[in-house]
Design a protein around this ligand. Structure first.
Ligand code: DX5
Ligand code: ZN
Length: 217
């Protein structure tokens, strides 16, 4: 099965966002992954609502917004209004996760839960039936270009079996350090969505890399 491929705009050239978004439009990518960092939940700042609106203006593909911010319920409506089709919030940053998920779904878009590398998939047991996506971090969130954490494979398998057992419709998204070395094994383990930042944008032919991630050999 072909994965959903979501290039991460964090690794793009921010001075040429329009052409970077158009490159994704013209590629085999399915979604555009947008990383929002608050300098509190993660030790870095990235972009905010005006930039998401600017991306949306040119994007022909759904925006998959990954909120790495504390108390994300404060901003889900603003990111929906800015054009998000998927919003993921971190389990570690959401004191009332179930309520926040309901809030996102009530706006008619997909709701995801992101988990850090140290967070066990068992913590999703009581929310898995209510969500559309699990964004499984395969690096510690905050920066692009980090090394893939190998323990992720086991987590994907465990999550996949939870999804099968419970009849959940949630898709599994892998975020961080994805490349052509690990993509196939991740999909075989149960991943549905592959996020890739540096691997795509540091290439001399990003469209070709996106096509290769989509059509794994
Ligand atoms: C990390 C972000 C990722 C990042 C992935 O905090 O959530 O989405 O952009 O970038 P690469 O593929 O370079 O690890
Ligand atoms: Zn991300």
């Amino acid at each position: 099965m072909k994965p959903i491929v979501a290039p991460s705009i964090l690794a793009a050239d921010f001075a040429n966002l329009e052409s970077e978004v158009k490159m994704i439009n013209d590629s085999a990518a399915d979604w555009i992954h947008v990383d929002i960092m608050d300098g509190v939940f993660v030790p870095n700042l990235s972009m905010g609502i005006p930039v998401v609106k600017a991306i949306k203006k040119h994007a022909t593909k759904p925006l998959d917004v990954h909120l790495m911010i504390v108390n994300p319920e404060r901003y889900v409506e603003a990111f929906h209004d800015a054009g998000a089709s998927v919003i993921s919030v971190h389990i570690e940053a959401s004191p009332h996760l179930h309520r926040t998920i309901q809030q996102i779904r009530a706006m008619g878009i997909k709701a995801g839960v992101a988990i850090n590398p140290h967070t066990g998939v068992d913590q999703l047991e009581d929310i898995i039936g209510d969500i559309d996506l699990v964004c499984m971090m395969s690096v510690n969130p905050g920066f692009g270009g980090q090394k893939f954490i190998e323990n992720t494979y086991k987590k994907v398998e465990r999550l996949k079996s939870m999804i099968m057992r419970t009849g959940s419709k949630a898709q599994i998204e892998i975020d961080g350090g994805v490349n052509l070395q690990n993509a196939k094994s991740l999909v075989n383990a149960g991943a549905d969505v592959l996020v890739a930042g540096n691997f795509v944008f540091s290439s001399s032919n990003p469209k070709e890399v996106i096509a290769q991630l989509k059509d794994l050999k």
